[in-house]
Write a protein of this length. Sequence first.
Length: 755
Amino acid sequence: MSDEQAAPEATSEPSSEPAGEPATSQSPTAEPATAADDADDTAGRTGNGLGEAGDVPVGGVSNSQQYRDGATAEIVGNQVHGGHLVGATFVGGDQHLSFVQAAAAARLQPGELAKHIREQIESAYVKPEGFEAFQAEIGDRRAVIVRGPAGHGKTAAAIRLLVERRVERILLLRGAAQLDDLIEKIEPGIGYILYDLVDATEFTAHRFNALAASLDEKNSHLFVTVPSDQGLRDDELVEHARLLPPPPDHASIVRELLSWLSRDTGTAPTLDGLDELIEELFSDAAPRRHASELAQVIVRQYTKEGFDLDDVRSYMSARITEDFQNWFDNLPDLDHRCHAIALAAFNGLAYEYVTEALHGLKRRLEPPPHDALAQAQLSRATLRPGDDLGTTRRDRLRTLRAEAAVEWALGPHGTTRVEVVRFRTPGYARRVLHRAWSEFTVQHILLEWLAELSSHRSEAVRVWAATALGMLSTFSFDYVTDTIFTRWAGSRSASLREAVAFALHVPAADTELQPAVFRLVESWYRNGNNRTLQASAARAFGYSLGRHDPNRALAALNTLARIDNLRVSLAVGASLAELCILENAKYAEPILATIKSWNDDEDRTLTAQLAFIVMARGLVMSPVVGATFERSAVTSGRGRRTKPSAGARWPALLYLARDQHRLWIGLADLWYFVLAESNHFADLAMTAMHEWTRLVDRDADARAALAQLLVTITQTDPDLRRLLHEQTLEWSEPGTLNPPLDAIEAIQSALYPES
């Protein structure tokens, strides 16, 4: 691994590239430094505060990366482009409004089912896989409860079942109250559907059995649709309930309806890019009725010349946007709105963290009682909807269009089982944040709330809060920068500096905002009078900016490595670690070569040693079949439903180097330097080696790899070989808690095979 491969070549364009040494102008918005800050800011890499280097947790960088991937998937998704929210644009014009009104009017209403809806379901209904088995299970029952997730087509399935039973008319009922008089009013040969049952607990087995008997007498039928997340009051009702199979995909529904709707023309419209449009508009959780609406829009717009795909997209965006706005604006009270915002910011996290955030936001928005009497009256107030004990979680999540699921997720003690909550429809998190920010006067409150949570005891909460802040910055970048980002970048709090460095990854992913993000970070980078700002810049050049321009990021880190400051050096090391595992470790070899070259530079050698130790401690991975890096439950945006295997955890650098000779030699050289030649960090390096020994203890291949690496490290230095052997004896002394005995035996045998 030669020095020519030390780093990808940086651009030399002066207007956009960090050029030369950082300048000395000081940011006017940086947080004023205290005496403690001054001492820490001016401390060299071997001065006060060196303990911070030892505070880097084992696997800390890898875990943070997984949290960040998870937060991005849950809150941001992949829909932020050019400063706009796809599918959340506000569409004007009478033509768009008339469609939205028509679509709303076409929704099911209580009363007799419209003829055209019956014809559509009779001729163009796409049966879900397993529908025949579902139908056979129902048999000839007169009264049936159809259960399934919201938006999966329960009512359409009930209509189809009644159509196949050849009932004369289908009457739609809404709400359990309409059942009270139904027994006395059942008409012969009629099919009844009770849909959108809000509270199934009012529905008793006694009432249901009485209805079934009356229906049998009149040769009529009743289907009741109930969301699968809603409980039934009586266990006896379960006997009458059947679960609808998973629905067909939206594309199948659209194509079938296009064929049927265009039956008079004899040719179904062809649409290039239909699948891409459907994927853009609808998530898997989107109601299937939206597919029906899309097909109708396409047919209306179709002419001999074809139709405008963008016009169809605008129609559907208007429809989806109006549906979302009506839902959010009509949430019943402040408590539910706060819950929706808290869920948006912490979508996909444990339910307990979401409710904790809810209460924090609510406290900021609720005016406090003015006097003791008011406080006493408040405490004696009866429970009302929205109170902690007034509404069940099940009912609240249904109102919020959310769901709870038990999943396996990353935590500070490994992967554990948690109950997470998230919106059913991907994209709702950013929609809610956008709605709250743009339509209400709570901008400063949202920033204060998320600022508090950015210092939370849980790393996951901190990362999610920073991601939400980044999302808000895409709505008003200058305001959030002036209010939060620049002040935090100069803060004495490491957690706030981490938060701002990570939050910037959201606007950096926006093609229109990315240049502004780079200019902001480079202004911190050039501020030679404020090492804290430069440390924040170093962190931002890792995950947030390095993903978009690794050459530019590595060039900046290369310059910052000269600065004799502990904060800056640690930040450089953490960012290099993040870049090292970027794109399946594409830059691992050139980054290690860069660090190796710094050891020969008097100005950079201490940063090189610290950076390598941070990388060695911070990067841990769990190899899985078919993947270089394990994608944990938190990275996917939709967690694991089954417990992951308890596989071995490898030091990531060791795993990457095991089959790459040049990387192996470079890794051995770096270890040799910090263990044998460092005048400042040898003890810290030995601690890191001890941690590697513990990590590999459970896996034979990992133990063998580490033992062989130590042979390579010590092949020309018998004194270092002797020192490492003595250390392994200390690590296995009597009284040591859980000594890595298998790894120690492998190391000792490799270092001194003759003994």
